[in-house]
Design a protein around this ligand. Structure first.
Ligand SMILES: [Zn+2]
Length: 451
């Protein structure tokens, strides 16, 4: 420990500004001008034809039909395409095996956390290439999502901007308990927060502080049972309302929002009354739950793709029987609940639960939102851009193509307002002003700049 502290002190003095000349200001980056055949800006405004977007460094500096391309600017010609803000997926799991891949149920027991984080790096790249420039990762063993976020921010690996929850937690034996379904002698002691367990008001307060200490941007809890956990019943309430109030209060003190996994109606209502920011899944809503969400301004992240995927796998006999039974019972309820929420005007942000389905296929969620909920294609696009940004608290920086926002820009061929599924094939991806994909080709990436 002393060695470490000494090293820290040495680093600190090395970086001290008083001991070095001020660094020369970097040369201004050349402007990039994007010619957009059709611009859908993510706010829900009508599309605009033949717009120009100017990008300087990592920000958008001008947008419109009468913007002049400055001399010397690099021009990116997307005049045959529809240009949109980078998509936002508010519910993914990157650093774990995808459902159905290998021995996915036991990967956490047999594979190193570091190995799963490396798998997460591949999933992150698939996600970015599909046009998702920001994701909220809601639950990862061993803080693998925090590691990925930091590696991406440092420029070591390509990937979306990550809002990380670190370890998600819930009651002992609940959906968030990572040892749910194992026999009791696998571990010498029952796990605590490091395996996703916190019971009672004191422990849940501590759990919030623990995950924030190790880098969580958002708190993810399990308010009810779940589908992919072996021993619990999917619909039952797991946290008490008192526990959830304590979680929300502690998170708020630490400037964090709370996302609550919740399928069953009682658990959804308790979480909403306790003040969580978003209900994840929201599978079994009733009129009172919908009214409560409207009144409290609670977001719904419906994860329709997850429901669709587990239903398909269950029907094909590819899930363990207790899990398959839960999936088949919930599926029709999910579609009905989502439609109720859309009709009532509940705030909705796009989320897929990627990891249940394959990473990089996230944009299929747009189509399901239209098909199941009767959303217009424009409403679905808003759910996956500006609404996602607002849910994540990043609305000043991302979610729209507008002056001052980060240059997260994607393009597709065709008109998503006529056929929402064209969003499943993204030809161009820019994040923070850097192009990662162009003409449908992923750009080769040099690692020469990695320290
Ligand atoms: Zn999830």
């Amino acid at each position: 420990m002393m060695v470490y502290l000494t090293l820290l002190a040495a680093l600190t003095s090395f970086q001290s500004p008083s001991s070095a000349a001020p660094p020369p200001s970097p040369p201004a980056a050349a402007a990039v001008a994007i010619r957009a055949g059709t611009l859908i800006d993510g706010t829900g405004a009508a599309p605009v034809k033949n717009a120009v977007i100017l990008v300087q460094g990592d920000r958008i500096t001008a947008v419109g039909t009468n913007v002049q391309v400055p001399a010397g600017a690099t021009v990116i010609d997307l005049s045959g395409a529809t240009v949109l803000p980078g998509f936002i997926d508010a519910h993914v799991h990157l650093a774990s095996r995808t459902l159905g891949d290998g021995d996915w149920q036991h990967a956490g027991l047999t594979e190193m956390p570091s190995q799963l984080a490396l798998l997460g790096a591949a999933h992150a790249q698939q996600t970015l290439e599909a046009g998702f420039t920001t994701v909220r990762v809601v639950g990862t063993a061993h803080f693998g999502d925090v590691a990925l976020r930091n590696a991406i921010n440092a420029g070591w690996i390509p990937g979306p901007r990550i809002v990380a929850a670190g370890i998600s937690f819930g009651i002992r034996g609940g959906h968030c308990d990572e040892t749910n379904g194992l026999q009791p002698e696998v571990f010498e002691h029952e796990g605590g927060i490091e395996t996703g367990v916190a019971d009672g008001v004191d422990e849940v307060r501590n759990a919030v502080r623990y995950v924030v200490k190790y880098g969580a941007d958002v708190i993810k809890i399990c308010a009810t049972g779940g589908v992919l956990s072996l021993t619990d019943s999917a619909g039952v309430q797991q946290y008490t309302e008192d526990e959830m109030r304590a979680i929300v209060e502690t998170a708020t003190q630490l400037d964090r929002r709370v996302a609550a996994h919740a399928h069953g109606t009682a658990g959804i209502k308790a979480a909403v009354r306790a003040g969580v920011t978003s209900i994840e899944h929201g599978s079994v809503l009733d009129a009172e739950a919908v009214a409560l969400m409207k009144q409290k301004g609670t977001w719904l992240v419906p994860t329709l793709l997850a429901g669709f995927t587990v239903e398909s796998l269950a029907t094909a006999g590819r899930l363990p029987p207790p899990i398959a039974a839960k999936a088949l019972a919930l599926a029709p309820r999910v579609r009905n609940s989502f439609k109720m929420a859309v009709d009532a005007g509940v705030k909705i942000a796009l989320g897929t639960d990627a990891g249940v389905m394959r990473h990089g296929t996230n944009a299929r969620e747009f189509g399901l939102m239209v098909r199941y909920g009767g959303m217009t294609p424009m409403q679905a696009i808003v759910a996956g851009t500006s609404s996602g940004a607002t849910l994540l608290g990043l609305e000043r920086d991302i979610g729209a193509i507008a002056v001052g926002k980060r240059a997260d820009i994607v393009a597709v061929t065709g008109d998503p307002l006529q056929n929402i599924q064209v969003l499943e094939h993204v030809d161009f991806v820019m994040k923070d002003g850097r192009v990662f994909k162009r003409d449908g080709q992923v750009l080769g990436r040099s690692v020469a700049g990695v320290p």
